[in-house]
Design a protein. Structure first.
Length: 122
């Protein structure tokens, strides 16, 4: 399963162009997702140095990426620039669980973990 994951407000707090602080439980849940065999695709508006900073965030935390702003297999059947994934986790998605962390609105990774692993959705 391919999972598109936003960056700012999703895995780190909103502090663009800088990298914010880690959102609680994001790293733990992302590791669980990769360990379970799911493909993580960064799906972010960042580009250039700011995108490189986001990729480095994943690398320094040992989270394997499947793609960056593209699903590497979709070129076989579409030329669309939209990232193909079965699930999208983004703080702006309607229905995505959010919470407050140190004054920042962020994704609630505790709820994401319950939804993905507690209910055996993936």
């Amino acid at each position: 399963m391919d999972i598109a994951v936003d960056f700012d407000g999703t895995v780190v707090t909103h502090e663009y162009p800088n990298v914010g602080e880690d959102v609680e439980n994001a790293v733990n849940t992302l590791h669980k997702m990769v360990h379970a065999g799911y493909n993580i695709i960064i799906n972010t508006m960042r580009s250039g140095k700011e995108l490189a900073d986001a990729i480095e965030w994943y690398n320094t935390r040992g989270i394997k990426l499947y793609g960056v702003n593209v699903n590497p297999t979709q070129h076989k059947w579409t030329s669309s620039p939209k990232v193909y994934a079965q699930i999208s986790i983004d703080d702006i998605n309607f229905g995505c669980p959010v919470r407050w962390q140190n004054g920042h609105r962020v994704v609630d990774w505790f709820e994401i973990e319950r939804e993905l692993f507690g209910k055996k959705m993936i």
